[in-house]
Design a protein. Structure first.
Length: 222
């Protein structure tokens, strides 16, 4: 189940939240175990926040992603369809489509870049180690500010260095390669995915979420 928080204007902090349930009638829980029905009663920060306001280097600045639908194809591919605003275009918005994947805990994680018919696959350690632009989408209910973009390194020995520290590991699933990042505040689980960025350059990326309801992205600098 998805909800949208914040205001839909470019500076309104519009953002999508995700919950799940074992049955259609609920209860719907977020990754931290909070019930969706209590969102707005106890704390507007409930739900896994999918996308905040962000910008990678020399690429467009994105704002107010929200008002989404989920598309599941006949061959069990998942797509997030939503509207997106931009820092340099005021209240103008466009439709965007991003692919989603199930992590090891069966939570959906959102691809870093727009869907361009890329096919996810399994990757070797030499294909994924290196420096990444790093974004933590945070948990603000309706913050209209741009998120900071930092740099981290996934080192070959399993160490995370740079503007975040910790450890990481990888594991092949049936169709793609899982990633687990142990950072100071939580453990995040997701996938690696080679994509095409907004400048039509091929980038290794990762996308993951933690049990703290935070989503993190990495876009490779290699």
């Amino acid at each position: 189940m998805f909800e949208t928080y914040g205001g839909l204007l470019a500076n309104g902090g519009y953002n999508m939240r995700m919950f799940r349930s074992k049955t259609l009638t609920g209860p719907y829980l977020d990754a931290a175990g909070n019930r969706a029905q209590n969102s707005g009663v106890d704390n507007y920060k409930y739900g896994v926040k999918l996308i905040g306001n962000y910008q990678f280097k020399n690429q467009p600045a994105y704002r107010a992603a929200g008002h989404n639908s989920l598309l599941i194809t006949h061959d069990r591919k998942y797509f997030l369809v939503f509207h997106q605003r931009f820092s340099d275009k005021g209240e103008y918005h466009e439709v965007r489509v991003k692919q989603l994947f199930l992590n090891e805990d069966k939570w959906l994680v959102t691809a870093v870049y727009e869907y361009k018919n890329e096919q996810i696959s399994k990757y070797s350690i030499d294909q994924v180690v290196g420096s990444y632009e790093f974004i933590n989408h945070g948990n603000a209910e309706k913050d209209g500010n741009m998120l900071p973009t930092r740099n981290i390194v996934l080192e070959k020995g399993g160490k995370v260095s740079g503007n975040a520290s910790g450890s990481w590991s990888m594991k092949d699933g049936d169709s793609y390669t899982y990633v687990t990042l142990n950072l100071a505040d939580s453990t995040y689980k997701g996938v690696f995915f080679r994509q095409t960025d907004d400048n039509n350059k091929s980038k290794m990326t990762f996308t993951a979420i933690g049990r703290n309801n935070l989503a993190i992205w990495g876009s490779g600098n290699f």
